[in-house]
Design a protein around this ligand. Structure first.
Ligand SMILES: [Fe+2]
Length: 258
């Protein structure tokens, strides 16, 4: 490991306490041609639907952070393009983070990003997030200034919460926005949540208005009190009018949970 890597890790460790043990370096050179090919297949399979049904903030963010179809992303290069726009970084981590580490990173505008990629026999779904879910699904939205502010605010609110009930309610806000969020845009419903962006099946369920799906107008109290079953296609989603709405919701939620 060269000294610049050690220095950058020290700088990150100074800022991040709970998350420090989970920070890793992305070993981009270690990805195999097969892993790059899996990325390419995942991206090329999703883009036709997303060009039609993803919100403009996602599609613009995709271009702005310089994602490419033919190779796995270099997180440091993504961050170099993202940082000047919104102050966000895509920061490599070893896997799932404990809640305090996760919220600490969001509050510091560092998105915990996994570096592994799924295998060919799990193209549609992985129980744990991989680099496709994290970078293709989440990171383009971090180039949008208001979404960027919302996500930091969300991390700050959660970092200050102690009660399990309050954190569960805030988890629902994350679920119905960051993961499964939809937005009204030019008279249509467009997707912005990573769970919809990165999953063909989940997204198709929304754009084709699958059986049993209800799209309600976003209401922070309803969202905080809607129990989520992660094992099923989502029966209810909440559509926002603008990203300002979820920024305000994250602020308001602080006084409504627990
Ligand atoms: Fe996610």
């Amino acid at each position: 490991m060269d000294t610049s890597v050690v220095d950058s890790r020290k700088a990150e460790s100074r800022e991040l306490v709970a998350a420090a043990p989970y920070l890793i370096e992305q070993d981009w050179a270690a990805y195999t041609p097969e892993q790059h090919a899996i990325w390419t297949e995942l991206v090329t399979r999703r883009m036709p639907q997303l060009r039609e049904h993803a919100c403009s903030a996602y599609l613009e963010g995709f271009e702005q952070i310089g994602l490419q179809e033919d190779r796995l992303p270099v997180l440091k290069k993504v961050s170099e393009r993202l940082q000047p726009r919104t102050g966000w970084n895509s920061t490599a981590v070893s896997g799932f983070l404990p809640a305090d580490a996760f919220f600490e990173m969001l509050a510091a505008r560092k998105f915990p990003t996994t570096t592994w990629i799924r295998s060919r026999d799990a193209m549609e779904y992985t129980p744990e997030p991989d680099i496709f879910h994290d970078v293709f699904g989440h990171v383009p939205m971090h180039a949008h200034p208001v979404f960027a502010d919302f996500l930091e605010q969300y991390g700050k609110v959660c970092a200050g919460l102690k009660s399990a009930e309050a954190l569960e309610q805030m988890g629902r806000l994350f679920w119905f926005t960051v993961e499964f969020g939809v937005i009204h845009e030019a008279g249509k419903i467009k997707v912005y949540g990573s769970g919809l962006i990165s999953s063909h099946g989940e997204c198709t369920h929304v754009v084709e208005r699958g059986a049993g799906l209800e799209i309600r107008e976003f209401d922070v109290d309803q969202v905080l009190n809607t129990v989520v079953d992660v094992s099923k296609m989502q029966p209810v989603l909440y559509a926002i009018e603008s990203f300002e709405q979820i920024y305000e919701a994250a602020k308001e939620a602080e006084s409504r949970v627990g």
